[in-house]
Design a protein around this ligand. Structure first.
Ligand SMILES: N[C@@H](CCC(=O)N[C@@H](CS)C(=O)NCC(=O)O)C(=O)O
Length: 231
């Protein structure tokens, strides 16, 4: 059976949504990143980048959430746009926009506001500004059409959903005031039974919730170099 290595964080949760939407059977294997399980040698053989999600499907190992979404969509032939160069070009552009823009800028915006040892105004401004700018582009698109690729719900909507759920952490609750179309899109996907099951998956395991020294050592290894330099 397909194995899904996950936690309750945004990138694994969007893959959980795809798995639930396709109806594929899967074995969900928790990786508690706040306890450092992503650094275990067995896991790093699957993903040398030491992050979730990862899937193992027979002899295929796929890491990076957007690669997994595309793999699963192609495997099942579901949630893809029509098979024309125009539609495929559009799908790849927006999927990569979410992967290389929405995800990293949102992640860094969360980091500098909520986890960095110092509150650095320059870093907070840069990453919240860029996250807001990227979500603004998406909001404008969703003002003109129901879904990211038009009338049909696709893998790009699932990729976006993983991070749109985190807007209160990324930009603050008030940001919804300037992202009404994204909020409508989020609420529509949240109401899908598959999304409810994807969100509930994290409750199957007692993931560590404290962001203590152990968690910071596991998730922010760059801190160690800073501490060593500081002596
Ligand atoms: N580009 C990767 C990023 C994966 C990623 O950052 N995963 C986070 C959870 S959302 C993680 O494993 N964090 C633990 C760590 O950084 O040690 C993807 O899209 O899958």
């Amino acid at each position: 059976m397909l194995k899904f290595y996950y936690s309750g964080a945004p990138n694994p949760t969007k893959v959980a949504l795809m798995l639930e939407e396709t109806g594929l059977e899967y074995d969900a294997i928790p990786v508690d990143t706040r306890r450092g399980e992503q650094h275990k040698p067995g896991f790093k053989k699957l993903n040398p980048n030491a992050k979730v999600p990862v899937i193992v499907d027979g002899d295929a190992v796929v890491f990076d959430s957007n690669a997994i979404l595309l793999y699963l969509a192609e495997k099942t032939g579901q949630f893809l746009p029509s098979d024309t160069p125009k539609a495929r070009g559009e799908m790849l552009s927006w999927l990569m926009f979410v992967a290389s823009g929405i995800g990293p800028y949102s992640g860094q915006a969360v980091h500098f506001q909520h986890h960095a040892p110092e509150k650095l105004p320059y870093a907070i401004n840069r990453y919240t500004f860029e996250a807001e700018r990227h979500f603004g582009i998406i909001d404008a698109r969703l003002g003109a059409q129901r879904y990211m690729l038009g009338d049909a719900y696709t893998l790009v909507d699932m990729a976006l959903w993983g991070w749109a759920r985190m807007i209160p952490m990324v930009l603050g609750e008030a940001a919804w005031g300037s992202l009404p179309n994204l909020e409508r899109h989020l609420e529509e996907i949240n109401a899908r039974p598959a999304a409810q099951r994807a969100i509930a998956l994290k409750d199957r395991h007692a993931f560590k919730t404290e962001m203590d020294d152990e968690a910071r050592r596991a998730m922010f290894p760059s801190n160690e170099r800073l501490e060593a330099k500081a002596g």
